[in-house]
Design a protein around this ligand. Structure first.
Ligand SMILES: *Cc1c(COP(=O)(O)O)cnc(C)c1O
Length: 483
C-alpha cells in the first residue's frame, strides 16, 4: 500500500477535527429525515459522492472523541500507524477463526500478545487473545473461571451446581459485569459488592467478611475482580492483597485493567499495577490508552488448558492443524469468525517503538497533572486520588448538569459527570496524546469564567482579562512521535 496518500488524508482529518466543534447539535429526527430523503437505495450513487456525504455527517454529527479537548470516556486519539492497520485488515479480510487460513495474521497477533504477556509479568506459557473489547475479555474471564471452579458447568450448566456461585467486586467496577452475570446465567444477584476504603479501593477486610459469610450461607464464592483504573475515578484496587487473598482462599483473581493496563509499559507508572503479575486473568483494551481505533480488547490467562476447556469446539469442517504448537483462535475465545484485530496494535508498536508508546502514555499522565493542578489552584476541589490522568472535581455552588451543558454549547471541552463516593462531580480524563498544556489552561480559564457567570461567585485566578475568541490552535500540535 502507498501510505503517502493515507498520511495526507489522515493529517487533513485530524486537523479538521482539532479545529472544529467537539459536540454536535443534532436530533435523531434531523438525521433520520436526511437519510430517508437521500438514501432509498433504489439506484447506485457515485462512491465519491457517498463518501463525501458520510464524511460530512461524521464531521458534524458526532462527539469528536479524537479532539484534543475531548476529556471524556476512555476513547483515544488514534495514530496513523493504527489506522493503516485497520485499512489493511479490511482490504485483505484475513479470517482468524483458525490458524491454517491466516498463518501470518495469527503469528503477528501471537507475537504482539506475547510481548504484552511478558510486560504484565505473566508466565510465557500463558495464553492471550484479542477480543472485541473489554466486555468480551471480562466475559471470557468469567466463563473460564466458572469452568475451572465447577467442572460440570460446561456440560450441565449452572442449575446442576449444589451451591450458587458468587463473584466479588466493588461498586466502582465496570457496570458491564451486571450484563455478564445476566447472560452467563449467574444472575445479577451473584455479584457481591465489596465496600471500599476512603480512597475508593476495595476493602480487604470486607471482602474477607463477605466470602466467609457467603460460604457459611451455602453460596460458592469463586472469583474476585480487582479493577486497575476504574471507569469513574481511575482507582486502582489493592492488587497484591487481592492476589494473596485469592491464593489462600482458592478464588480466581481477575484484574480488569481495561484502561489502566497500558501503564504497565511505563517505567514510572508500572509500580501502580504491582500485583497484576499474580492475576489468573487480565483484561486490557488497546483501544483505551494505547491510542488505536476501536475495538481492540485483549484477554490474558495464565492457564491455557482451562481456556481450551472453556472454549472447546468440534470442527470437522475446518482446515486441520498440521502444527501442534499452534492454537486455533476459535478454540481459545468466544468469537468464531474473527477479524485481524491485533494488526493495528502491532503496527503502532512496531512503528512508534516501545519508547514512542511510553511517551504517549506519560504525556497524557503529565497533562492530567497539569489539569489537576490548574483546577485546584483556581478553587476546584479534587475528589479522587489516582496516578492516572483522570480528574473528578467539583466546587460549592456548582450546578453540574447545566454547567456541563454550557461547556458543551460553548465548545470549551467535552467532560462527563459522575458520582464518586456519593459526591456529584465533573469528570475529565486526558485521552488524547495531542492535548497540550496551553489547551488545558485555556479550558480551565474558560471554566472559571463560566462558573463566575453562572453562579455569580468569584472563582480563582483567570489568566487573561478577555475571553480568548479561539482556543489555542490544535492543528500545529504534532504527535509526540513521528508519523
Ligand atoms: C471500558 C472498560 C470496560 C469495558 O470495555 P469495552 O471495551 O468498552 O467493552 C470494562 N472495564 C473497565 C475497567 C473499563 O474501563
Amino acid at each position: 500500500m502507498k501510505i503517502d496518500e493515507v498520511r495526507d488524508e489522515f493529517a487533513r482529518v485530524q486537523a479538521q477535527v482539532a479545529n472544529g466543534p467537539i459536540v454536535p447539535h443534532v436530533t435523531a429526527d434531523e438525521i433520520r429525515s436526511y437519510l430517508t430523503l437521500r438514501y432509498d437505495f433504489k439506484q447506485s450513487l457515485p462512491l465519491e459522492e457517498v463518501v463525501a456525504d458520510v464524511e460530512q455527517m461524521l464531521q458534524t454529527w458526532q462527539v469528536q472523541v479524537t479532539h484534543p479537548r475531548y476529556f471524556g470516556l476512555f476513547n483515544p486519539s488514534v495514530t496513523l500507524a493504527s489506522v493503516l492497520g485497520d485499512l489493511l485488515v479490511a482490504m485483505y479480510n484475513s479470517q482468524l477463526a483458525n490458524w491454517r487460513t491466516s498463518p501470518a495474521a495469527n503469528e503477528i497477533e501471537k507475537h504482539t500478545l506475547g510481548w504484552l504477556t511478558d510486560k504484565f509479568g505473566l508466565p510465557p506459557e500463558s495464553i492471550a487473545t484479542f477480543t472485541s473489547g473489554g466486555t468480551e475479555a471480562n466475559l471470557s474471564a468469567i466463563v473460564v473461571a466458572l469452568t475451572q471452579a465447577f467442572p460440570s458447568y460446561g456440560e450441565h450448566g449452572l442449575r446442576n451446581l449444589p451451591a450458587a456461585p458468587t463473584i466479588y467486586l466493588t461498586h466502582e467496577a465496570h457496570n458491564g459485569y451486571n450484563k455478564i452475570a445476566h447472560l452467563t446465567g449467574l444472575g445479577r444477584q451473584a455479584l457481591r459488592i465489596v465496600k471500599t476504603d476512603p480512597n475508593l479501593k476495595m476493602d480487604l477486610a470486607d471482602l474477607e467478611r463477605l466470602v466467609t459469610e457467603d460460604r457459611k450461607n451455602g453460596f460458592a464464592p469463586f472469583m474476585v475482580i480487582g479493577t486497575a483504573g476504574t471507569t469513574a475515578a481511575g482507582i486502582i484496587d489493592p492488587l497484591e492483597e487481592i492476589a494473596r487473598f485469592c491464593r489462600t482462599e482458592n478464588l480466581w483473581f481477575h484484574a480488569d485493567a481495561a484502561w489502566g493496563g497500558a501503564a504497565i509499559l511505563s517505567p514510572t507508572l508500572r509500580q501502580h499495577l504491582a500485583g497484576i503479575e499474580s492475576a489468573d486473568s487480565i483484561t486490557c483494551d488497546a483501544h483505551k490508552w494505547l491510542s488505536v481505533p476501536m475495538g481492540c480488547g485483549m484477554f490474558f490467562c495464565r492457564y491455557p488448558d482451562r481456556v481450551a476447556e472453556a472454549f472447546r469446539a468440534d470442527i470437522s469442517y475446518m482446515p486441520k492443524k498440521t502444527d501442534l504448537t499452534v492454537t486455533d483462535p476459535l478454540m481459545a475465545s468466544i468469537q468464531w469468525s474473527r477479524r485481524f484485530i491485533g494488526l493495528k496494535l502491532f503496527l503502532a508498536i512496531a512503528h512508534h517503538g516501545e519508547s514512542g508508546q511510553i511517551e504517549m502514555i506519560e504525556h497524557q499522565t503529565r497533562m492530567g497533572h497539569v489539569l489537576r493542578e490548574a483546577l485546584s489552584t483556581s478553587g476546584w476541589r479534587i475528589v479522587n486520588a489516582t496516578p492516572f490522568p483522570l480528574v473528578c472535581f467539583t466546587r460549592d455552588g456548582l450546578s453540574h448538569t447545566s454547567f456541563l451543558a454550557s461547556m458543551r454549547d460553548r465548545q470549551i471541552a467535552w467532560m462527563s459527570e459522575a458520582h464518586v463516593a456519593g459526591v456529584h462531580v465533573l469528570r475529565a480524563c486526558i485521552t488524547s496524546f495531542r492535548t497540550t498544556e496551553a489547551e488545558i489552561h485555556w479550558v480551565v480559564d474558560e471554566m472559571n469564567r463560566l462558573f463566575e457567570q453562572e453562579s455569580g461567585q468569584k472563582s480563582g485566578q483567570i489568566n487573561s482579562d478577555q475571553t480568548m475568541a479561539v482556543p489555542p490552535e490544535s492543528s500545529r500540535v504534532q504527535e509526540p512521535i513521528k508519523q
